[in-house]
Write a protein of this length. Structure first.
Length: 436
């Protein structure tokens, strides 16, 4: 899904440690502590489109400017480009003052030293660390170190399903296990319609799906020392199970192998696909003309039983963090902006708009976060989600294994056999790339 080749991304990530402290920051047009005129902000694409995010965020940035006198120059960056943009900014010194990062990247970016550490003093400047949900803060950096970012939006995966397509297929309720999902999927996948959507060329999404499945197979992609274990039996089984939804079970359309820009959500809204595994899709469905009663939300399936801990983990701990580059010329203004974005009022408004869960405890009290779809996300985060490995080379993991899964989907779409041996070979190559 990234524009830079995997090898280039790995090279950038490897270079980061050597340039610690040389990250991005304000250009000469920005402000400073003495004259805080301007901040630059890279926001991740949370809504149905870049333009939708601009419409959502611009009034809030104007509000911040009115309160502080600091103008915020906004750029909304697509997820397909965001990590590489951050890596390039870190090495070049040309980047924003404040930026959003996926919480899975926290430890990798923390290891560079390019991001402001959120120690007690910095947390106190935004109201205190205890305002935030503990699990959200825990996903903002490596254990035992000051976080490299502050939680902004909390997310988990859920199963979204099209009620009409289920009814037309004679299915009365969403599947709770993978066997049920495949059985239901085979009833739906005919006459140009498909059961399950996927984003086969979206490297991060690939990682999120196979990580949860690996937990269900009793595996991890890293051991306790941080060493890659991509070729364990459980990891291989997890990747094969995910790709087999297309290769063997025939419930994912072959064209999904090329999807990387939320096309699976568009197919869902058009009635071409009955289910998607996604983090917060409500605003996208609404933008595509769907009404809330058209779709339902259920926990992501497990092998058996109900979601929970251990092998019944059914989601990674997802979320967006907000970070500050260490070499910003306007550190005070940057911290004021983080304080504004994590205030109770903004947390309530923005998370409500995006369908995510506020990591700020007080904001969760708003009735909107008790709605049925958001409740599934909240319950998953509380009871059956696990964080991705908080290791320094996590971004390389997303690139190498995500690319391996992308290649396997391409094989499946082309009708090539996807076997245990071919999956293991792809993961072996990915693991070798991690050590180069």
């Amino acid at each position: 899904m990234r524009k830079v080749r995997a090898a280039a991304a790995i090279a950038l990530a490897s270079t980061l440690t050597a340039v610690a402290g040389c990250g991005g920051g304000s250009s000469s047009e920005g402000g400073s502590n003495e004259s805080p005129k301007t901040l630059t902000y890279w926001a991740s694409n949370q809504g149905p489109s870049i333009e939708a995010d601009k419409k959502i965020l611009t009034p809030e940035l104007k509000k911040f400017e009115k309160e502080t006198g600091i103008k915020v120059k906004l750029e909304v960056v697509p997820w397909a480009d965001l990590l590489n943009r951050i890596l390039a900014a870190t090495t070049s010194g040309q980047g924003p003052d404040v930026l959003n990062i996926g919480n899975t990247w926290s430890a990798s970016l923390q290891a560079t030293g390019a991001l402001l550490p959120w120690d007690q003093k910095n947390f106190d400047a935004i109201g205190g660390r205890d305002r935030f949900v503990d699990s959200a803060v825990a996903s903002a950096g490596a254990e035992g170190q000051d976080p490299s970012a502050v939680p902004l939006y909390s997310l988990a995966y859920a199963l979204y399903y099209n009620k009409k397509m289920f009814a037309d297929a004679g299915i009365s309720q969403p599947p709770a296990t993978w066997d049920q999902l495949v059985a239901d999927g085979k009833k739906i996948s005919k006459d140009g319609k498909w059961a399950l959507g996927a984003e086969g060329s979206n490297l991060s999404n690939n990682i999120h799906q196979v990580f949860a499945l690996s937990k269900q197979h009793g595996a991890d992609f890293f051991d306790k020392s941080g060493k890659a274990t991509f070729t364990s039996d459980g990891a291989v089984a997890a990747v094969k199970q995910y790709v087999d939804f297309m290769a063997k079970d025939k419930i994912i359309a072959p064209g999904n192998a090329e999807y990387a820009q939320n096309q699976s959500l568009q197919d869902f809204a058009k009635g071409k696909t009955a289910m998607v595994l996604w983090q917060a899709a409500a605003s996208t469905f609404a933008s595509q003309g769907m009404k809330p009663e058209d779709w339902g939300v259920a926990p992501v399936p497990v092998a058996s039983g109900t979601p929970g801990t251990g092998q019944n983990i059914n989601s990674m701990v997802a979320g967006i963090n907000i970070a500050v580059f260490n070499n910003t010329k306007n550190i005070d203004g940057a911290k004021k902006f983080v304080k504004f974005m994590t205030s109770d009022a903004e947390q309530t408004l923005l998370n409500k708009t995006y369908g995510s869960v506020p990591p700020v405890k007080a904001a969760q009290q708003d009735p909107a976060f008790s709605a049925s779809d958001v409740k599934v996300l909240r319950d998953t985060l509380a009871t059956s989600a696990a964080p991705l490995p908080q290791v320094a080379n996590e971004s390389q993991f997303e690139t190498t294994v995500g690319t391996a899964v992308k290649g396997l989907f391409a094989d499946a779409a082309a009708g090539k056999p996807v076997t245990t041996e071919s999956v293991k070979a792809a993961l072996t190559k990915a693991q070798q790339q991690m050590t180069q």
